[in-house]
Design a protein around this ligand. Structure first.
Ligand code: SF4
Length: 374
């Protein structure tokens, strides 16, 4: 009996596993049951809760499982959440939800691998990664892992920090060496890709209608989050003029919108946007805020990088890269009439700001001083 609870617990804590979908399929629960039967109300509510936890805190809570019945509801709440997310069909929500599930699984794996590597073996197998554990001298635990570099490249592609670059890893006979905790981070990427892969599901409109009482609450939370994020976006503590980000050049707006939407942004683009915002007068904390939705957000690491670009760590204070450099790294996305006249994103901003101020002064009903005509 204890064994059964153990297996149920494992699949409900990692509901993206193929064993979990097989279990749901074999349980005989139909889609209709799941969306309308009173028996599954708890699963639907927990499904909604999973998404709200993702929106609010960027993580999905892993409850303590004490019975098979609870494990069953927890497991079924995962397909419910996927249906709800699909009915809303918002790209940002899909990424945030998938990332939150993956991050929570990552935490859970790290917490349960102290004394055993079983779950890591199981997940490696699940994602088709051939992994070897290396026993280090004087270490009781198997702390290092080796994996084929092709698998490494597949899953580490979105990890932007330098330490993940293949040239910075030990490569031996086609295999990459990682610490066990680093390998668990790679597993997080694999989980994220799996969860996001088929979303949004093609859910018929009548089903979305039938569960609209849950989606309404989720949409409200999402709206709140967007408002909060937007408001905190670019208000400089120094009161700099950048409160009007509509004057930002297309390249910077594009990077910022990707960061806001949780898209993984290349290192060169992160450098450009950080230097640009520092040059605009935003504080380091305000800039760190803009990274909070990034899939690989790590506050300490981001702070270190922002401080480095700001020159706080003894290095020079960097200026935002020129248009030529932006083009070289594929970060120039715009080609409007101001872009044609400038050679630097900061010049774009100043130019556009001047035009905007002129336009506002010339608006009907405004005098030259900018005051409303009486
Ligand atoms: S031309 Fe310059 S300012 Fe315009 S999008 Fe490209 S890099 Fe940015």
């Amino acid at each position: 009996m204890e064994e059964v609870v153990k297996e149920e617990t494992r699949i409900c804590l990692y509901p993206f596993l193929s064993a979990a979908s097989k279990h749901v399929e074999e349980s005989g629960v139909t889609l209709e049951d799941l969306i309308s039967s009173a028996v599954f109300e708890r699963a639907r509510l927990r499904g909604k809760e999973r998404i709200i936890e993702a929106i609010k805190g960027g993580a999905v809570r892993k409850p303590a499982i004490i019975s098979n019945a609870q494990a069953e509801m927890e497991l079924l709440s995962y397909p419910c959440a996927r249906i709800l997310v699909s009915c809303i069909g918002d790209d940002y929500l899909i990424r945030r939800y998938a990332l939150s599930e993956a991050k929570s699984a990552h935490e859970k794996i790290l917490a349960s691998t102290g004394s055993s590597s079983d779950i890591i073996y199981a997940l490696s197998e699940e994602f088709g990664i051939r992994v070897d554990f290396l026993r280090l001298p004087h270490e009781r635990e198997q702390e290092q892992v080796q994996m084929p570099f092709v698998d490494y490249l597949r899953f580490a592609a979105n990890l932007r920090d330098k330490r993940w670059k293949l040239v910075n890893r030990g490569l031996e006979k086609g295999r990459v060496k990682l610490r066990k905790s680093e390998f668990v981070r790679i597993i997080q990427e694999a989980i994220y890709e799996r969860i996001k892969k088929d979303l949004p599901l093609d859910v018929p409109a009548d089903i979305c209608e039938a569960i609209s009482r849950y989606t309404v609450d989720i949409k409200k939370e999402l709206e709140e989050k967007r408002k909060k994020f937007g408001d905190a976006g670019f208000e400089s503590g120094s009161g700099f003029l950048v409160k009007d980000p509509s004057c930002f050049p297309p390249c910077i707006s594009y990077i910022l919108s990707n960061l806001k939407e949780g898209v993984n942004v290349p290192h060169t683009a992160r450098f450009a946007v950080t230097a640009f915002l520092l040059n605009m007068g935003l504080t380091e904390n305000e800039i760190i805020e803009t990274y909070k939705n990034s899939p690989d957000f790590d506050e300490d690491r981001t702070r270190y990088q922002v401080e480095h670009i700001a020159g706080d760590t003894g290095s020079v204070r960097y200026t935002a890269p020129s248009c030529a450099t932006m083009r070289t790294y594929g970060n120039c996305v715009g080609n409007d009439e101001i872009c044609e006249k400038v050679s630097h994103p900061l010049s774009y901003y100043k130019w556009k700001l001047k035009l905007e101020m002129k336009r506002k002064k010339e608006l009907p009903g405004k005098s030259k001083s900018g005051e409303k005509d009486q």
